[in-house]
Each structure stands twice: as structure tokens, then as C-alpha cells.
Design a protein around this ligand. Structure first.
Ligand code: CO8
Length: 374
């Protein structure tokens, strides 16, 4: 039998702290009330906009999100801070994102039946890295005792699928014998908790996968990667303008445009058809009918988006068994969402069952992998 490239293991690390919609909204509303009171004169003069109140019912209905995990809860709910407090660490200490990565990577290695000696490439791929260099991936590589090389990649919500495609190509070409792709999504520092439209969207998490050849695979729950497909199309509808230039522009590093901001309605309208078409063409290219899919591990940004995508392709809403939902508990975890869904919902599939991992988000960027249970 010809060898293939496989996902042989997956790991999920979840922070211990969580915040419910009710907790988040109650702190935001108290902040908004204080803001409106303190700025009463300017609001009445039309110089400032009044802060509208948020509601747990809106959040759940508009997004499907009920709660989110965060690395640090301290500070987020404090109406005089409205951002997490994350302790600074010295150069000789492990960085936050490396720590999250290591925890997820160890679980992925154990699930793949592998040790550090079986890996020679580490890709840390996520929406933000906490520093430019040295790469978080190289820090993780050293901590796990992996020989070879590592690098970081940034592709917002599609960082995991794009990273996986790089890993597949490396194994296919023989550049690598085993790759760890890690997604330490530390989103909470970039969330504007003072913004009613986006304060509820994100959560923190880390996922990791092991990619290798079927020739070396000893895992009993591996998936053949039949195909990968990545595409980007420039859009300004989802942006975060904080970067190394911020220091030189004298702009306020906490201003709203420096954090995550989006035109959510436009994103919804533009990305859903793009993602549906992407999945359809990817499957067609592989000679696979949509009805042959047993599982859709979709990006977890918004439940209504996922339902719309499945409706376009299936002519009906996908069931929870077909397209599992994790965003109710985890919220949008940028690139990790579809991998959390994969990590939690793959064991029940039978040999030969086909599924698709698909991400979509800022860039715009869309990435998918067609998998078949071995
Ligand atoms: N509480 C109560 N009411 C609210 C709230 C709230 N919290 N927020 C908005 N409203 C109001 C609005 O003001 C509006 O009122 P009105 O009709 O009077 O103007 C009404 O509710 C409807 O508002 P919207 O039209 O904005 O509501 P939608 O139904 O469109 O839902 C969503 C908003 C949930 C944001 C939806 O548009 C959505 O999910 N869109 C897609 C978003 C998406 O997928 N974005 C991807 C971003 S993630 C990504 O790409 C990765 C980035 C990297 C990670 C970043 C980490 C920080």
C-alpha cells in the first residue's frame, strides 16, 4: 500500500479560568454606566457617543457563545481595567505562549504514540505571537528536546490549517519525518472589553497536532490527509493594527483600532459563501460528494455562520453529530476552533469515514483538509 501523510495525534490544552456571558456583560454594563456618567457633558454635547449596554441573550442568539476560557481572568472584569492582567516574565523564564504550546504538544505526542525524537520540525501557528523573536516555536523545540528546526506563522483564524498544509508538504517532500503544529491562541490581550460589539467573541486555548508518514505511524486513531487547500483574498473587514511600529507612531497603544475590530455583518455575509464554495470545490477536486462527509470540523466563530455554510452545501442544517459545536463553551479561539472540534469529536468515526477540517477568518483566509479515518 502506498504511504500517505497522516494526523496521528492531537492535543488540547484548556485554561482553568472561564467567564460566562452573564459575568462578562455585568462587568461591561457597569463599565458603560460609569463611562456614560463620567462623560455626560461630552455625550450631551455630541462630542462622544454614549456606550450602549450589552446583553447575554443577544450574545447567545447572535453567536451561539455562552462562555469562554481565558489564561488570566484577573483584570478583565475589573471596570477600572477592562483587560487581562498577565504577569511579565523574565528572559530566563518560559514565555506564556510557549507554556501553553508545551502543554498541548505533550498531549499530542502522547496521543500519537511519539516522543521528541520522532519530531524534527515545530510550527507554532496562531493569530498573534507575544514577541517577534526568538520564535516561540524554537523555545518550544528546546523545552521539548527536539532536534531540527522550528518557526512561527501568523495567519489569524486560518493559522492552524495553513500550518498543517506546510507540515503535510514537509512530510510529503521528505524535508521532515515528523511535525508538531501548535496553535497557542492567546487572544484575550487583544480583545477590546470596552466594546459592546466584540467584547464577547474570543477565548484562549492551545491545540497541537502531530503530522507524519503512515510508514512511521503507530497510532490507532490516525487520519490520512487526502488533500489540503488554502486560499487568501485581501479584506479590511477584520483588523488589528497593533504592531512594532506602534511604538514609533506615538499613537495610543490601547486605542480601539489597535485591538481586534471588525465589520461583523460584512464578514458574515462575505465569508460564508466563500467558505461553502471552498469546501465544495475542495471535495469535488477529490471526487468526494458533500453527502459522503461524515464530519465537518468547522471553524468556531459563530454558530449561525456554520449553520448557513452547511445549509448551502447540504440543503439543510448539519446535525450536531455531523458538525460538532465547541464555540458555546470556548467562544472563538481563532485558528484553534476547528482543531478543538477535531480533538473532541473524532474517536467515534469508523475506518474509511471522511471528514473535513475548515477554517475561515481574517485576511480573508480559508484553509481546509480532507481526512479519512485509517
Ligand atoms: N449586546 C446587545 N446588543 C448588541 C450587542 C451586544 N453585545 N452587540 C451588538 N448589538 C446590537 C447592535 O448594535 C445592533 O443594533 P441595531 O440593530 O440597533 O443597530 C444589533 O444588536 C445587531 O448587531 P449586529 O448586526 O452587529 O449583529 P449580528 O447579528 O451581525 O451579530 C456578530 C454580530 C456576532 C459579530 C456577527 O456579525 C458575526 O459573528 N459575524 C462574523 C464574525 C466573524 O466570524 N469574525 C471573524 C473574526 S475572528 C478572526 O478572523 C480571527 C482574528 C484573530 C483573532 C483575534 C483575537 C482578538
Amino acid at each position: 500500500m502506498n504511504s500517505s501523510v497522516v494526523i496521528s495525534g492531537v492535543g488540547l490544552w484548556t485554561p482553568t479560568h472561564s467567564i460566562s456571558n452573564e459575568e462578562l456583560v455585568s462587568s461591561y454594563n457597569a463599565y458603560a454606566e460609569q463611562y456614560n456618567l463620567q462623560n455626560k457633558a461630552a455625550i450631551e454635547a455630541g462630542e462622544l457617543d454614549e456606550k450602549p449596554s450589552s446583553s447575554p441573550a443577544f450574545i447567545e442568539k447572535a453567536s451561539g457563545i455562552k462562555s469562554r476560557f481565558v489564561l488570566s481572568k484577573e483584570g478583565i472584569l475589573d471596570i477600572n481595567r477592562m483587560r487581562p492582567y498577565i504577569e511579565a516574565r523574565g528572559d530566563d523564564e518560559v514565555s506564556h505562549q510557549a507554556e501553553m504550546s508545551i502543554a498541548a504538544a505533550k498531549k499530542a505526542l502522547a496521543s500519537a504514540n511519539k516522543t521528541a525524537a520522532d519530531i524534527d520540525m515545530v510550527i507554532v501557528s496562531c493569530a498573534y505571537t507575544q514577541r517577534s523573536y526568538p520564535a516561540i516555536a524554537i523555545e518550544v523545540q528546546a523545552a521539548l528536546g527536539i532536534e531540527g528546526f522550528g518557526f512561527d506563522m501568523l495567519v489569524a483564524c486560518s493559522a492552524a490549517t495553513f500550518g498543517l498544509e506546510r507540515a503535510v508538504d514537509a512530510v510529503k517532500s521528505g524535508t521532515s519525518k515528523g511535525v508538531l503544529v501548535i496553535n497557542p491562541e492567546l487572544t484575550s490581550p487583544q480583545v477590546n472589553f470596552k466594546d459592546r460589539d466584540s467584547h464577547f467573541i474570543f477565548g484562549d486555548v492551545a491545540t497541537a497536532t502531530v503530522i507524519e508518514s503512515s510508514d512511521t505511524c503507530t497510532s490507532d486513531h490516525a487520519f490520512d490527509i487526502l488533500s489540503t487547500k488554502c486560499v487568501t483574498s485581501y479584506s479590511n473587514n477584520i483588523r488589528s493594527n497593533f504592531g512594532h511600529i506602534t511604538h514609533a507612531t506615538d499613537e495610543d497603544p490601547y486605542s480601539a483600532d489597535k485591538m481586534f475590530h471588525q465589520n461583523g455583518r460584512k464578514v458574515f455575509k462575505e465569508v460564508c459563501p466563500m467558505a461553502a464554495e471552498h469546501i465544495e470545490t475542495h471535495l469535488q477536486d477529490q471526487g468526494i460528494a458533500v453527502s459522503d462527509l461524515k464530519r465537518w470540523w468547522l471553524h468556531q466563530a459563530n454558530l449561525n455562520m456554520n449553520l448557513l455554510i452547511s445549509r448551502r452545501l447540504l440543503g439543510r442544517d448539519a446535525t450536531l453529530e455531523e458538525a460538532p459545536v465547541v464555540l458555546d463553551e470556548y467562544a472563538n479561539t481563532a485558528s484553534a476552533g476547528s482543531i478543538i472540534a477535531f480533538a473532541k469529536y473524532h474517536d467515534d468515526l469508523d475506518s474509511g469515514d471522511i471528514g473535513v477540517i475548515c477554517s475561515f477568518g481574517a485576511g480573508y483566509s480559508i484553509g481546509s483538509l480532507v481526512l479519512r479515518k485509517r
